[in-house]
Design a protein around this ligand. Structure first.
Ligand code: FES
Length: 363
């Protein structure tokens, strides 16, 4: 049975009405004065960030981890330690094009001083990864915020990790923590070819707990065998391409509820031909907006001049998470778990819509 589903990196729960528990470090965000299409388009003066971290980080080192993957070690320009984090967390990097990208933290949790991210050059992407590959050098300064965690590592006596390609990144610190704890674990790591699979050298020390499966030599991960026997005491953590996650979800339907934890990098279904117009009352602002089929709630709210933070605008990061006061939501994000969707308490307004004619939001 499938339980928690985590979207890639939830951004700050920053705007009014957002459930702070999802991202406590951003709980004190207050947006002052104008709508923010993304953090990258705002200035510090326009946002009271409370005690949350947002600001410049500098590239301290850069390393080619495999064909197409570079890692960056990031530190504060002051040399002070970066904010702490837990396995599964990610940070946002705001690139010069103004768009925000989310990257899993994949270094050592107890490093304390720096963050490490790894970036796959995506030829078909929106350009963020290519910018980093082409421009991020030692000494380059980037804007960052976070960390934030929608993919936390829960306690269990046994873990089964399944990674596909760059999906290894959030699992690396999990594996380090689990290995140090003495819990039982195994990793099944698939990729196109061995040359494209990052961090194989770091995983070598774990011996036969790690199964590396380059597709060009051995075919795809044998999920039928890996997930053959549901185990009541084991948690499954999976990150990678959508096809892998879908397949793992399918296999885990026979597992106990709550066994599977996934993190998705993309969200494919956000619009429908059947999308209809509905109204949204923003109770805190005293404004009611109409959301036509071709607009998202986020766009309608921004058009009305009501300040709200967003980042990915794809339902993957969680920045725009907003408390629902009334009405039934048509959830289309990949951040909320099935239980959270059923609870109907919050929604990602960048993609999710109304199942009814009217929603009331705490905005
Ligand atoms: S802005 Fe990322 S989930 Fe809405």
């Amino acid at each position: 049975m499938i339980a928690p589903r985590a979207g890639f990196g939830t951004n700050g729960v920053a705007a009014r009405g957002h459930p702070a528990a999802r991202f406590p470090s951003f709980a004190n965000y207050l947006v002052a004065g104008r709508s923010l299409a993304s953090w990258g388009r705002a200035t510090r003066e326009e946002i009271d960030v409370g005690d949350a971290f947002e600001g410049e980080v500098v590239v301290l080192s850069r390393r080619a981890e495999s064909d197409g993957v570079v890692s960056l070690e990031l530190g504060l320009p002051s040399g002070d330690p970066v904010p702490g984090w837990e396995p599964g967390a990610h940070i946002d990097l705001v690139l010069p094009d103004g768009l925000t990208r989310q990257y899993s933290l994949c270094g050592a949790v107890d490093n304390g001083k720096t963050w490490r991210v790894a970036v796959l050059r995506e030829q078909e992407g929106r350009g963020g990864s290519q910018w980093i590959h082409d421009n991020a050098r030692v000494g380059t300064t980037l804007l960052a915020r976070g960390p934030r965690n929608h993919f936390p590592l829960l306690d269990a006596p046994r873990y089964l990790f399944v990674a596909g390609g760059i999906g290894i990144t959030p699992l690396l610190p999990m594996i380090s923590q689990v290995a140090a704890s003495g819990a039982e674990w195994e990793l099944h790591y698939g990729g196109r070819g061995r040359d494209s699979m990052a961090f194989l050298d770091e995983l070598e020390c774990h011996g036969d707990r790690v199964t590396v499966r380059p597709e060009d030599r051995h075919g795809m991960l044998d999920l039928a065998t890996i997930l053959a026997r549901p185990a009541g005491d084991a948690l499954v953590y999976c990150c990678g391409p959508a096809g892998l996650i879908d397949a793992v979800e399918e296999r885990c339907r026979a597992w106990p509820a709550g066994s599977l934890h996934v993190e998705r990098f993309t969200n494919v279904v956000t619009t429908s031909q059947d999308d209809a117009e509905f109204e949204v009352e923003l109770r805190g602002s005293g404004v009611t907006v109409t959301v036509p089929p071709h607009l998202t709630i986020l766009e309608a709210v921004e058009n009305a001049g009501v300040p709200v933070l967003s980042s990915c605008t794809e339902g993957t990061c969680g920045t725009c998470e907003t408390t629902v006061l009334e009405g039934e939501v048509d959830h289309r994000d990949v951040v909320l778990t099935d239980d959270e969707r059923d609870a109907n308490e919050t929604m990602m307004i960048c993609v999710s819509r109304a199942r009814c004619g009217r929603l009331v939001l705490d905005l």
